[in-house]
Design a protein around this ligand. Structure first.
Ligand code: PLP
Length: 420
């Protein structure tokens, strides 16, 4: 990496080390391989650690505010509703959405995408087409395949290059006037590639087709402004961005959400019910059936405060620098194969080392206190395209440090000596 970049990364360690103090699990004495060692948590694309501010918000919700939301007449119910609806305003401002009704609370990214896929099918008929990419997580593939199976739709797949760059120049060739929706990940959870989503949206919109963006790996790592991006739907989850598990967001443009029917019945999604029919509630409630994840909303709101105080631009830049530093440290390892070397890339390193199975490598690193993921990363078509069954994946967040990368590099060298 360039000397100026190294200097910038080195300077940033002070800020990062201060931030780390907020994360109980990063500061706890733990035992790995029979020895007390600090945790080196490089599995952030899977889920992130939680700062004490978020943990505190969850405890505080239950200690001070717990009651069911909406239609409550008593004070505690009103307080809980205030927190829950306050979280909606918080997400609206975080995304710069035009209307609070465009923010639907879900269980996570997968739930958000399934909601759109199930609801959108009401607008489709046999012979219609959905375009996806070859680098999608199963969560942004299988819901469309399920819709395709039940309705007789065709799935069109945009490929990527050996470097892991999405071949958007192939969009015109693959395009047809039967395409009804494009579903694309903003950042690949395996390759780390940051896709030119704005360009894809422009292309689809010029042809009158909406775009769903899977933001699971992007919203936590860079500033996403839904109005500037002009996406029609954006799906992401709280647990990959310092927030509680089981809570997520579907952003949808009002004009689309108004057109789409609800997919679950019961609770808050109704306005009135008769024995044989019902009237649907207004947005956003028409998509929020049943008692929602109130504590999730309370915690997520604080997670967004936390991420904005760290700075989304800082996070994006820092992870890029840390990845460059990592490549300087491990790039020359004998037998190393890196999957995904796109010029626009987030802090994700998927790799294999000749003669070592990814799972053996992950198990070995675990004895050193280093948590990485090994497997297909819920992206079978991508793995097939790469010609691998599994890869090892180290994925960073803003609280990872150069010192941790040094430990990782040393551990990989030891693994090569002992296992390959
Ligand atoms: N999309 C991408 C790109 C992901 O990386 C993931 C999870 O790793 C998901 C979707 C699914 O997220 P969740 O399991 O939180 O619903």
């Amino acid at each position: 990496m360039k000397a100026a970049d190294l200097a910038e990364l080195t300077t940033a360690q002070k800020k990062v080390n201060a931030l780390r103090l907020d994360f109980p699990l990063l500061n706890k004495p733990l035992t790995f391989g029979g020895k007390p060692r600090p945790l080196v948590y490089f599995d952030n694309a899977n889920t992130t650690q939680k700062p004490r501010q978020v943990i505190g918000a969850l405890v505080s919700y239950y200690e001070n505010s717990n009651a069911n939301v909406s239609r409550a007449i008593h004070s505690l119910g009103e307080e809980s509703t205030r927190i829950y609806e306050g979280a909606r305003d918080r997400v609206k401002s975080f995304l710069n959405a035009a209307h609070r009704e465009e923010i639907i609370f879900t269980r996570g990214t997968t739930d958000s995408i399934n909601l759109v896929a199930q609801s959108f099918t009401s607008l489709l008929k046999s012979g219609d087409e959905i375009m996806v990419t070859e680098m999608e997580h199963h969560a942004n593939l299988v819901p469309w395949q399920m819709a395709a199976q039940s309705l007789g739709l065709t799935i069109k797949v945009l490929p990527f290059t050996d470097e892991g760059v999405l071949q958007i120049e192939k969009m015109p060739d693959l395009w047809s006037d039967r395409i009804r929706l494009v579903a694309v990940t903003a950042t690949s959870n395996v390759l780390g590639t940051v896709n030119p989503v704005a360009e894809i949206i422009r292309f689809a919109h010029e042809r009158g087709v909406p775009v769903l963006v899977d933001g699971a790996q992007s919203v936590a790592h860079q500033k996403v402004d839904v109005q500037a991006l002009d996406c029609d739907f954006l799906a992401f989850g709280s647990h990959k961005m310092c927030g509680p598990t089981g809570f997520g967001i579907l952003y949808g443009k009002k004009e689309w959400l108004e057109k789409l029917p609800p997919v679950q019945g019961g609770g808050n999604m109704i306005r009135a019910v008769w024995a044989d029919h019902f009237e649907t509630n207004v947005l956003p409630y028409k998509f929020e059936a049943g008692t929602p994840h109130m504590d999730g909303a309370a915690g997520f709101s604080v997670a967004l405060d936390y991420l904005e105080s760290v700075g989304l631009d800082f996070i994006y830049r820092y992870e890029k620098l840390l990845l460059a530093y990592t490549m300087d440290k491990v790039g020359d390892l004998p037998g190393l194969h890196v999957y995904g070397v796109a010029p626009e890339k987030g802090g994700i390193l998927s790799f294999l080392i000749d003669g070592i199975h990814a799972h053996d490598l992950a198990a070995f690193l675990d004895t050193k206190g280093i948590a990485i993921r090994a497997g297909h990363h819920c992206a079978h078509p991508l793995a097939r395209r790469l010609g691998v069954v599994s890869t090892a994946r180290a994925s960073f967040y803003f609280y990872n440090t150069m010192a941790e990368v040094d430990l990782f590099s040393d551990a990989l060298r030891e693994a090569i000596a002992k296992l390959s």
